[in-house]
Design a protein. Structure first.
Length: 201
């Protein structure tokens, strides 16, 4: 039993490392020498069509965000620290943007649609900036979008019979034409991040 648990743990770690390495490769390709985000022509396709349900119960697709810059982040409402931290950082940046915040959408896509219904997502994103929208859907719909965005996630059983979710933590920036610009580090000075985003709004 212990050996089987060890093998399962090692497999999960290897999968997580593989996903992290792939995402870090994207990061290196899409970052300028000065650390700023730049567009990539390296043949890596990030993003694409999706169809999900927003936190108000409406069916939305990528077309609903055309003409607007947006940040995309994959996570889940039961996330103990990374997700609330990222969304808090996004909220601070949006506040720094002032009126320009109205030109930027932050899409929080759950990787745990089993628990994260539109109602649950609505309550959760309500703790953050009004420009943050929660997106959910069927397991297949979420998996399709994650695949298109090269996002990693995996359901991990816990000893008490519950489960948690491993997931990548990249925040994706898309310009108002829907082009993938690059990953954004929200844990920098909020004023600096806000200023770097203004050029894409």
């Amino acid at each position: 039993m212990r050996a089987q648990r060890t093998i399962t743990l090692l497999a999960s770690v290897l999968i997580a490392l593989t996903g992290a390495f792939a995402l870090y490769s994207i990061y290196l390709i899409t970052m300028g020498k000065d650390g700023s985000s730049v567009a990539t022509d390296a043949g890596i396709s990030i993003g694409g069509p999706f169809s999900l349900i927003d936190d108000e119960g409406n069916r939305v697709t990528q077309a609903d965000y055309e003409g607007r810059a947006h940040l995309v982040f994959f996570g889940f409402t039961h996330c103990p620290d990374i997700c609330p931290t990222k969304l808090s950082e996004a909220t601070t940046v949006l506040e720094e943007l002032g009126k320009d915040a109205e030109k930027l959408d932050v899409l929080f896509v759950t990787v745990d649609p089993e628990r994260d219904t539109p109602e649950v997502m609505n309550e959760y994103v309500g703790y953050f900036h009004p420009q943050v929208t929660g997106l959910t859907g069927t397991t297949e719909e979420v998996a399709d979008m994650a695949r298109a965005y090269r996002a990693y996630f995996k359901k991990v059983p816990l000893d008490d019979g519950d489960y948690t979710m491993d997931h990548s933590t990249v925040v994706y920036l898309f310009d108002h034409d829907g082009n993938f610009v690059g990953p954004v580090s929200l844990d920098r000075d909020p004023a600096e991040v806000a200023e770097s985003l203004r050029g894409y709004l």
